[in-house]
Design a protein around this ligand. Sequence first.
Ligand code: TUI
Length: 317
Amino acid sequence: MIKSLICDKLGIKYPIFQGGMAWASNYVLASAVSNAGGLGIIGAGQMPPELLVQEIRKAKENTDKPFGVNLILYLDYIDELVDAVIQEGVPVVTTGAGNAGHYIKRFHDAGIKVIPVIPSVALAKRMEKAGADALIAEGTESGGHIGEITTMAIVPQVVDNVGIPVVAAGGIADYRGFAAALCLGASGIQMGTRFLATKECCVHQNWKAMVIKASDRDTVVTGRPTGHPVRVLKNRLAKMFIELEGKCSPVSEYEKLGVGRLKAASVDGNTETGSFMSGQIAGLIKEEKTVKEVIVEMVSKTEDFINNMPKFVSSNT
Ligand code: TUI
């Protein structure tokens, strides 16, 4: 059975994380993933602290398994979200879009494991030194806010530079990606886009349909000049962002255009002007499934594939 260091460290059955996604991974998705043996993660995004508290409480009602909360560190009221998480107590926190170093001691004092998402070796080393329990090395194939390095390149380099477990993220949606990540030295995987197209995910059906319809070249990175590049499915809004880049517009113009766009995608399903964050692997996802189907299939097919690997690498074929 596929089991790794990270499973023992977190008390989970399978080394499969569901990426924390703002406006997309609430307690329903997170508890379904945890109940299926993975690590479900509530995407706090820009939730007010009171809503995050409610989400954590509902997750606890819906699963007795470990789950996590993902915090976006560049928010100006991040300290309030950190306080809410510490007050409620959750097993795991993952962090994105910033340096988790300042918060690790407080989380540890509250018995919370900290797993920063990192886009570079330099940050990986800093986070290990600051006391992180594990790392999620995320490639630029991912959806949402991204770094520059591909999963194939970042994972083995991070693995070689730290002594804590590394989870691979970006461009993984089936058993081949899972097996590849293990071959690169990862102790587990994180998937976001695959879990967007599940029955338990709360996003508007239009978002799921766009993922299922997407092909390999249907995502684009916008917002590079702001320092917060995001990968989204191509649509009219993405085009408007690209036009801003062409005009060398000030950052304030991007901020103005970006207001409320995740809600427009997730709640309203506005295919023209919503921000439909998605990874490049969307092209591989052909149907909506239940969380359980995704996890059971990932585990059984990856096990089969790894057990039969010698056949695929025979020098006679
Ligand atoms: O955080 C993510 N993905 C996200 S956050 C998000 S919400 C958002 N909405 C609108 C605009 C921007 C974001 C949607 N998707 N992934 C983890 C991640 N973290 N990717 C890259 C990083 C990262 C980048 C720079 C982590 C640390 C860092 O530098 C820290 C430092 O201080 O050096």
